[in-house]
Design a protein. Structure first.
Length: 268
């Protein structure tokens, strides 16, 4: 069973808040009264708060701030695989905007405020439709109602080929020594374009797709090494976690540790 950090954070915040509130309403007044009845009324004669109350009072504000920031403002994620190369490398730590596509309650993920919708070309984090406890990151290629085709390693949106230009050979930083290079391209889905990789040494998934209402079609930028909508279908809007905005750290001890050049890089 996978560790559910969101549920744990909500429970910890609620437990600390309830302990603090119950003590304030039912027990704190009695302790103050007993302290005042002491002969000298000095600090040494004061009735101390129970240890659990002290912990709850100390941790509740911190837990509440973390919960609000993580649920409604921004959340950090670490990139564990190369499916979004060359845009995102293994070991990148990214900031994801939680309010870009609607404010949602933690745990239930019920939308309480509509703040916007994804655009074609956005890099998004979402709960994997086949296992919502797992987060995926991909690029949105198809919006609701779009007709998407992928043939000969080329994307077609509503019958029109997406502009794609060859850049040159590319070898991932995490690739083993002697690995065959892939080929980097620049693709423009709108909004300035982005880099992607194609691997001439492997096969490619192809097909045609019609994106249902309130769903999105997503692809990895490492097109021939990505588990995406070509395999398992569409991402429901309710599964969206947020928009990937920036790389705030790159840490990969297997390949040199920190890469300072990637810190602060905006995600295109």
């Amino acid at each position: 069973m996978e560790f559910d950090f969101e549920l744990t954070l909500v429970l910890a915040t609620a437990i600390a808040g309830v302990i603090w509130l119950v003590d304030a309403l039912l027990f704190a007044g009695g302790r103050r009264a007993r302290s005042m009845q002491n002969t000298h009324g000095s600090r040494d004669d004061a009735v101390p708060d129970p240890l659990i109350v002290e912990y709850a009072r100390s941790f509740f504000p911190v837990l509440l701030i973390v919960l609000v920031l993580r649920s409604f403002i921004a959340e950090p994620f670490r990139i564990p695989s190369g499916s979004m190369l060359p845009t995102l490398e293994v070991g990148d730590f990214i900031v994801v905007s939680k309010f870009a596509y609607g404010i949602r309650l933690p745990i239930t993920h019920t939308e309480v405020l509509d703040t916007g919708h994804p655009h074609r070309g956005d890099v998004v984090v979402f709960r994997y439709p086949r296992n919502p406890s797992v987060n995926y990151i991909k690029r949105i290629v198809g919006l609701p109602g779009d007709q998407i085709a992928y043939y000969n390693r080329h994307v077609f949106v509503n019958g029109k080929a997406v502009d794609m230009k060859r850049v040159g050979p590319y070898t991932a930083p995490s690739a083993p020594p002697g690995a065959e290079p892939q080929v980097e391209f620049h693709e423009d889905l709108g909004g300035g374009g982005h880099a992607l990789l194609l691997d001439p040494h492997t096969g490619s998934l192809e097909g045609e797709f019609v994106v249902p209402r309130d769903h999105y079609f997503v692809l990895g930028d490492n097109r021939d090494h990505s588990n995406d909508s070509r395999r398992w279908g569409y991402v429901p809007e309710a599964n969206l976690v947020g928009k990937a905005e920036m790389i705030w750290m790159h840490w990969n001890w297997n390949h040199g540790g920190i890469d300072w050049s990637r810190i602060g890089e905006m995600i295109q």
